[in-house]
Ligand binder design. Structure first.
Ligand code: UT7
Length: 323
């Protein structure tokens, strides 16, 4: 059978770092409140004229270098983003142009913070069906441009960034010992649209709008949904949380990571945490965390990784990956 294996990772963070103290100078908040409630200490913010496609392209170039393949070898680009440079064309086609490619298929996925899990699932399906061989799967966001910088309840939570992986078609046995993507599960429930949304759009107000969130309610759903989808994904391949070497989660709030670890009966030390340094980068957070833990040597060949995320929609999902 065909397995899609992650053969390279890359990340990109804008150079401008904004600390909690910097934000406390703009809105009524404090470093203590932000660290205690979220674990966030700083975030990266894109420069003027630096767009989501630029962040995505930089992460893609790094991922291609680590995979040891050229853009010419890629035949599929899927970009997960809620902050494309323009309403259309798809950010993925802008990345395709910036990589100098004139072939292949490129499109975007809109699932906000769960976007990378959705993109990975779609790319895995296109590879395992035999339709494509080498895919770039990217999560990239400039959420700073969706924020209401006067709303302290949301503006302290997010940052900009991009992460990317290269997937390659390989031959597997079908067993859970294979390297590559072993299983995934996605969910959405539109009844919760109004707990996390942007109050504008091209088809309604004709404006971009600003992010609005009922944080406490999102938090409650996140812990329940994430633990459930992790169990469901592992169950599909007859494994349990005890088999997980590393959870690579969406980075919304350190307290969500702690609560999820507790529900799965895993020590917090087995969770890759980047929320302190990156804040919530929406679709970019899972591939950025993955790239961080691959590059610092924590993730080793044969490790079972569990990627998971939850976001606006609601949308949520998980993927089990053998490294
Ligand atoms: O990525 C998509 C998924 N998103 C998430 O998963 C986010 C989930 N939610 C959360 O992470 C948390 O709910 C937040 C970090 C957003 C908020 O933490 P919380 O412990 O749920 O606080 P809260 O919203 O209940 O607010 C507590 C208090 C309020 O004051 P009162 O009403 O108790 O007087 C807020 O007005 O904290 C106040 N507050 C702040 N104070 C200082 C809210 N934001 C701030 C702030 N600085 N930045």
């Amino acid at each position: 059978m065909i397995r899609a294996r992650i053969i390279g990772t890359g990340g990109y963070l804008p150079t401008n770092i904004v600390s909690n103290a910097d934000l406390a100078a703009r809105v009524e908040t404090s470093d203590e409140w932000i660290v205690e409630r979220t674990g966030i200490r700083q975030r990266h913010i894109a420069a003027e004229g630096e767009f989501t496609s630029d962040l995505a392209t930089a992460a893609a170039v790094a991922a291609l270098a680590s995979a040891g393949i050229a853009a010419a070898d890629v035949d599929l680009i899927v970009v997960a983003t809620a902050t494309p440079d323009q309403t259309f064309p798809a950010c993925a086609t802008v990345v395709q142009k910036k990589l100098g490619m004139t072939h292949g298929v490129a499109f975007d996925i809109a699932a906000v913070c769960s976007g990378f899990l959705y993109a990975l699932t779609v790319a895995d399906a296109l590879i395992t069906s035999g339709a494509h061989r080498n895919a770039l799967v990217i999560g990239a966001e400039t959420f700073s441009r969706l924020l209401d910088w006067e709303d302290r309840a949301t503006c302290v939570l997010f940052g900009d960034g991009a992460g990317a992986v290269v997937l390659r078609a390989e031959t597997g046995t079908g067993a859970a010992t294979d390297r590559g993507i072993l299983a995934h599960r996605l969910h959405s429930d539109g009844r919760y649209n109004d707990l996390l949304f942007v109050d504008g759009g091209p088809g309604s107000t004709g404006t971009t709008g600003k992010l609005r969130m009922k944080g406490r309610e999102v938090f409650r759903h996140a812990v329940v949904n994430l633990a459930a989808v992790v169990g469901e994904t592992l169950g599909a391949i007859d494994l349990t949380p005890a088999d997980i070497a590393w959870i690579v989660p969406h980075q919304a709030n350190f307290r969500i990571l702690e609560a999820t670890a507790k529900k799965l009966d895993l020590p917090i030390g087995r969770i890759v945490v980047t929320v302190d340094a990156h804040a919530n980068t929406s679709a970019a957070s899972v591939p950025l965390a993955l790239d961080t833990a691959v590059r610092d040597g924590r993730i080793k060949t044969g490790d079972l990784l569990l990627l998971e995320a939850m976001g606006g929609g609601f949308t949520w999902g998980a993927a089990a990956v053998r490294w």
